[in-house]
Design a protein around this ligand. Structure first.
Ligand SMILES: Cc1cc2nc3c(=O)[nH]c(=O)nc-3n(C[C@H](O)[C@H](O)[C@H](O)COP(=O)(O)O)c2cc1C
Length: 432
């Protein structure tokens, strides 16, 4: 018996439905944060602390969310964030979410750690596709992944920079949801309580191709999620990732290059110096570093520092259309959503992911009407009532000179993708 996503009136409803559909370990893997889940709560608390000051008697009868990313039209100011292992939530889940994004007219980002290969997603999903890279210790292998994405027709490359080490997610260990996966009494009981997931997802993979694996990994690293004794199917460590890697990626990727997972304006300036076309202010949805600040609080300082040079996008904790309106009013060029479409796909596949995006579209539309704006581009800080202290941190840091960890700038190239008229600066010097 499948869930009818039309019965979901909010993202929270889809989350509840996902909880009823997935084995507990899998639901918590998607839903929860890290350590004490302070960053997770902080993301939400920051949105709730911002109020809006509507304008009235504005004719808002012709409202539009028409938008563009890197000069190409998008039907909403939203993109789907990369989320590894979406394919474990629904059979061929990454294709289902990508199709939902294509129908909604927005970009979909495929994670390095997806269960379905980037080539299959490109062949079967359609729409506008971006590829997210987790840097591999062997740079040659990582660059081969990037070349594969280019050959498969991916338009944008997102490099994730906020995962210098393995996040501490204690519940995964308690739930026995660790890699390599093992059958324990606890997780077998969890699966037995969700026979729908077992038959619709796991059994179908087993019948088609056996235990799922991270299909994008280079052959040398590809291991089934259950692994073999001594094998580690998780992501290889990428704690040596540095600015030089970003400059190297810029050399081999000629499409839009986005840097995901930064919070500090100095880092945003360095990313722009290395030739990035956009930065994504993100704390990984509160899943990695529990000490991180809320992204919507980090956003204005980043916008003020680099917003005239490159695009600034944001994610983490977006659950309502008003959250999106607040971020756009603070200067974000776009918003990524992670869990919202995942909860949708978990309970109803493509239709569920579509429902998540429809709910957000309806809510953004409602927010525009109430605020008195007809376009998303007309949202600005004047409609926001920010809590006391909001942005003080930004004010002190805006004056700080950019920290430059390498030798002086050697070349200047205009980025064809940046919405700004200023050129992006690329350093050819080596890492200090
Ligand atoms: C289950 C799950 C898996 C994720 N996997 C990745 C990943 O493979 N690569 C990545 O850059 N971010 C990953 N993220 C983080 C998202 O891209 C995004 O930053 C985050 O989900 C945004 O917060 P939200 O879920 O509150 O919208 C993942 C998030 C979730 C919930």
């Amino acid at each position: 018996m499948f869930y009818n996503p039309a019965r979901a009136y909010s993202i929270a409803d889809l989350r509840d439905a996902a909880r009823r559909s997935l084995p507990r370990g899998l639901f918590e893997f998607v839903d929860r944060g890290s350590e004490d889940e302070v960053a997770l709560r902080r993301n939400r608390a920051a949105f709730e602390a911002i109020a809006m000051r509507p304008r009235i008697l504005v004719d808002v009868s012709a409202r539009s969310q028409a938008h563009s990313f890197f000069g190409q039209a998008s039907k909403m100011p939203i993109a789907v964030a990369p989320t590894g292992a979406a394919g474990l939530l629904w059979f061929d889940g990454e294709i289902a979410v990508a199709r939902a994004a294509a129908k909604a007219g927005i970009p979909f980002t495929l994670s390095t750690a997806s269960i379905i290969s980037m080539e299959r997603v490109a062949d079967e999903a359609g729409g506008r596709l971006w590829f997210q890279l987790y840097m591999l210790p062997d740079r040659r292998m990582a660059h081969q992944l990037v070349q594969r994405a280019k050959s498969a027709g991916y338009e944008g490359l997102i490099v994730t920079v906020d995962t210098a080490t393995t996040p501490n997610r204690e519940y995964n260990r308690r739930n026995g949801f660790v890699l390599p996966m093992r059958m324990t009494g606890k997780n077998m009981r969890d699966v037995a309580l969700r026979p729908g997931w077992f038959f619709n997802v796991l059994a179908r993979y087993l019948l088609r191709s056996g235990i799922p694996m991270f299909e994008n990994y280079p052959d040398e690293l590809k291991v089934k999620l259950t692994g073999k004794p001594g094998e580690q199917p998780g992501l290889p460590k990428s704690d040596s990732l540095n600015w030089n890697d970003l400059r190297e990626l810029r050399k081999i990727w000629d499409g839009p290059l986005m840097v995901k997972g930064l919070m500090h304006p100095d880092d945003a300036a360095l990313a722009a110096d290395c030739g990035a076309d956009a930065v994504i202010v993100s704390n990984h949805g509160g899943r990695n570093f529990d000490g991180a600040m809320a992204t919507v609080e980090a956003l204005p300082a980043v916008v003020d520092r680099v917003g005239s040079r490159i695009d600034v996008m944001v994610d983490s904790g977006f659950r309502r259309g008003t959250d999106v309106a607040k971020a756009l009013a603070l200067g974000a060029k776009g918003v990524f959503v992670g869990r919202a479409p995942l909860w949708g796909v978990s309970c109803a596949g493509e239709a569920g992911a579509s429902r998540a995006l429809d709910i957000l579209r309806e809510e953004i539309d409602r927010a525009l009407a109430f605020i008195g704006c007809t376009t998303v581009a007309s949202l600005d800080r004047s409609i926001l009532q920010l809590p006391p202290g909001f942005g003080e941190w930004a004010q002190t840091h805006l004056q700080a000179p950019a920290r430059t960890p390498w030798a002086p700038v050697a070349a200047v190239t205009a980025s064809p993708f940046s919405s700004s008229s200023s050129p992006a600066v690329v350093s050819q010097a080596s890492q200090a």
